[in-house]
Design a protein around this ligand. Structure first.
Ligand SMILES: *Cc1c(COP(=O)(O)O)cnc(C)c1O
Length: 377
């Protein structure tokens, strides 16, 4: 059997909507982008008293960059984030000549350890970027409480957590700004894409302008009959807009987001039932007051490297999430992180691997992964 680590769930619906976008004659940012933004916001707002709006961009990295720009991050500022994340979360801070400050993680949930957060705050700290690792929301009440006391902004990296819930609130409606990823392997796939959600009109205005060169209105307005040739550049913007082709793919994926979520939940439950009681295999821990999007299913085993090799031999794709930020040479050399400051992240990094969990995975395939993990753990 060959079971890839990930396979995007693409059907005729995706293909047909993308073809429609191509046939429409308008292939960059236009009506499909706006339709996606509206429907994505509606999805997030369901059951919320807030009026969250969504803006679509070409990646989560772009979303995080625009979010930090909208809060006015400056050179010399500091931003706190968990060391167990994809490099993009730290990278965007360096775009401003600001310093990414790493926080250790909790062993069980692998989320930012809120008990270690306050000690990292200095008079230069401007924001916290919690990462909802693997799909599970962070301890948002504790993080928001600390942020309010020190007057910090909270920008959530929700690249793994669409859809996910914290105490009945959808991720995307909780902190100041939330950034989602629609990269090929994420829970909603557009090839490349990202969204920003917030109810702050000032941030929305900044993000909308800066995703397209700092121009005060977008190309769609300019090229329609009611538009005119005149525009003004009001900020040093970026080229981060999405396209109607990507948005068409996203709209098809959004239609099946709930079903895809149920599929991942079902697979996670199968893994948990199969590995429960096997003390060689550490299972993911999701707290009672939250619902994970189950973007990743991460187990902890003593012989991690050996297991990855063996699984590869028998056709099971795996991955490691993540090599901690403080271990990467560029970051270590430029920001002087001490490996010994992150004992839990280091231990988790030695032990963890991610198993395949994607919609459309057949029961026999999940069972095969289980058998092979049990054979070689
Ligand atoms: C994938 C990922 C990103 C970046 O997403 P892109 O859309 O590829 O830019 C950011 N943070 C985390 C935690 C991720 O896993």
């Amino acid at each position: 059997m060959h079971i890839p680590f990930h396979k995007a769930y693409i059907t005729d619906e995706e293909i047909n909507l993308v073809v429609d976008a191509l046939r429409s004659g308008w292939i960059t940012m236009g009506p499909k982008v706006m339709e996606f933004e509206k429907k994505f916001a509606d999805f997030i707002n369901k059951g919320s008293s807030k009026q969250i709006k969504a803006l679509l961009v070409n990646s989560c990295t772009a979303a995080l960059h625009l979010a930090l720009k909208s809060i006015g991050l400056k050179a010399g500022d500091e931003v706190i984030l968990p060391t167990n994340t994809f490099i993009a979360t730290a990278e965007v801070v360096t775009y401003f000549n600001a310093k990414p400050v790493m926080c250790d993680i909790d062993y069980d949930t692998m989320l930012m350890d809120v008990n270690k957060l306050e000690a990292l705050i200095t008079d230069k700290t401007k924001a916290i970027i919690p990462v909802h690792f693997a799909g599970q929301p962070c301890d948002m009440d504790e993080i928001l409480d600390i942020a309010r006391r020190y007057n910090l902004k909270v920008i959530e990296d929700a690249a793994h957590s669409f859809p996910a819930f914290y105490k009945d609130k959808a991720v995307g409606t909780i902190g100041d700004i939330t950034c989602f990823s629609f990269y090929a392997t994420k829970t909603l796939a557009m090839g490349e894409g990202g969204a920003i959600t917030t109810d702050n009109e000032e941030y929305l205005k900044s993000i909308k302008i800066n995703r397209l060169h700092g121009i005060n209105r977008d190309a769609w307005d300019r090229y329609t009959m009611k538009g005119s040739w005149y525009y003004e550049v009001v900020d040093n913007g970026l080229k981060y807009n999405s396209t109607d082709i990507n948005a068409a793919l996203g709209l098809a994926q959004l239609n099946k987001a709930e079903w895809m979520m149920k599929e991942r939940e079902k697979i996670a439950k199968m893994y948990i039932d199969a590995f429960k009681g096997d003390e060689r295999i550490g299972l993911p821990v999701v707290k009672d007051d939250r619902i994970s999007a189950w973007h990743l299913f991460v187990i902890k085993v003593k012989n991690r490297n050996h297991l990855i090799e063996k699984l590869k031999e028998v056709g099971v794709g795996t991955s490691v999430h993540f090599i901690p930020v403080h271990k990467h040479p560029y970051y270590r050399n430029n920001f002087g992180y001490n490996d010994s400051d992150y004992p839990v992240a280091n231990r988790v990094f030695e032990l963890s691997l991610s198993l395949p969990i994607w919609p459309g995975m057949k029961d026999e395939e999940v069972e095969y992964v289980v058998d092979m993990v049990k054979r070689y753990a």
